[in-house]
Design a protein around this ligand. Structure first.
Ligand SMILES: NC(=O)c1ccc[n+]([C@@H]2O[C@H](COP(=O)([O-])OP(=O)(O)OC[C@H]3O[C@@H](n4cnc5c(N)ncnc54)[C@H](OP(=O)(O)O)[C@@H]3O)[C@@H](O)[C@H]2O)c1
Length: 331
């Protein structure tokens, strides 16, 4: 039994949730083959949803959120891992209904963990976190459709957020002309610094528009918004263009016609970073390791301590996130 510190969310009255940092005991963690001492985590929109009681993410409270964790195996009953192994754990049920990485310990099935790439430290891995993994998977989907830098600009929505800002940095470093859509005028300079060629106001794409098709503007897109934004992005793709759809910050529902699909042959590509096979995650983490030294990734990230997490999650929940937040659980 070991005492440790964690973010703990309790339902204090019906549908009223409180977040605090508290001491917990490893004896209270669920069964699992690996006990991992978590050194770094990162913040995601889903963590904010869990911490605010969203039943689509977390059904039972009290709860220790955190869909990301990077740490060292302390106990293992799996032949695939031994004490001292440095592992990355993202997605599956971590932080949803299983105690997550916003605590100094997690106990998990071995099938959720992967050995960190040799050239990616635990800290560097959480500078990406699930946001970076998702950005890389979105880009991979666009590449699978044959997107090249010569075809035209690539749009990133929610560009100042976690997935968006990392997608901007990765696409720009690969030579794409990136158009960043953001609702935060004060983030335009930062977005240009990390490689955006142009920054447009989120409102250009987020309003409902009855026209079935719009001017062809983008060869590809990474969309975190869903809703009317996704509908407008589909209508604004060049012939043969694709949008990788990974989020719902505006809305999970969207309206439209089949016309862009049948008249321009555009593609709507779904991206899931949570339940995909571990081997697919491992391959994307190897790609991210090659981008770890990018100036843009350092510029996007802010490091905070566990004590600062509740306040940051409130900002995140309100759509106010700027860049990506790395959580140092030893700080
Ligand atoms: N499919 C997957 O596996 C997967 C993985 C990770 C995340 N996600 C999803 O991807 C989305 C983004 O996650 P994240 O962690 O990057 O969140 P985040 O850090 O909060 O970033 C979201 C950004 O979206 C923009 N935004 C906020 N409200 C908006 C609205 N009403 N309409 C349009 N844009 C809005 C804001 O950027 P600007 O101010 O710059 O516009 C905000 O910073 C979430 O829906 C999350 O659940 C999915």
């Amino acid at each position: 039994m070991t005492t440790y510190r964690a973010l703990y969310v309790e339902e204090v009255a019906e549908k009223q949730f409180e977040q605090r940092i508290t001491e917990r005991d490893t004896a209270d963690l669920p069964q699992g083959e690996l006990l991992v001492r978590v050194h770094y985590s990162s913040l995601n929109f889903k963590d904010a949803m869990s911490a605010h009681g969203n039943p689509g993410v977390t059904r039972t409270f009290p709860h220790q959120p955190g869909i990301d964790a990077a740490g060292v195996v302390e106990e293992s009953s799996s032949g695939d891992f031994k004490a001292g192994d440095e592992v990355i754990v993202t997605g599956y049920d971590l932080g949803m209904n299983t105690a997550g990485g916003l605590g100094q310990y997690i106990r998990i099935p071995a099938a959720w963990a992967l050995q960190r790439p040799a050239n990616l430290s635990l800290r560097a891995s959480m500078q990406f976190g699930t946001a970076g993994l998702t950005a890389q998977l979105c880009i991979n989907k666009l590449l699978q459709m044959g997107l090249t830098a010569q075809q035209g600009p690539v749009l990133v929505t929610g560009a100042s957020g976690g997935v968006g800002s990392i997608a901007v940095a990765l696409l720009a470093s690969a030579g794409y002309t990136v158009v960043a859509s953001s609702g935060k005028a004060d983030q335009a300079e930062m977005l240009k610094r990390i490689g955006a060629a142009e920054v447009i106001d989120r409102a250009e794409l987020s309003e409902p528009n009855k026209r079935p098709m719009l001017k062809e503007r983008f060869a590809g897109a990474v969309d975190v918004a869903g809703g009317d934004t996704l509908a407008n992005v589909i209508k604004s793709l060049q012939a043969g263009g694709s949008v990788a759809c990974c989020g719902l910050v505006q809305s999970p529902a969207f309206d439209g016609t089949v016309l862009p699909f049948i008249l321009r042959g555009v593609n709507l590509l779904g991206v899931d970073s949570v339940e995909i096979p571990l081997a697919a995650k491992q391959a994307a983490w190897e790609q991210l390791a090659d981008s770890a030294e990018l100036d843009g990734i350092a510029a996007i990230n802010r490091e905070i301590s566990l004590d600062e997490v509740p306040g940051e999650l409130r900002t995140l929940f309100g759509g106010g996130m700027k860049g990506h937040v790395l959580v140092n659980l030893d700080g």
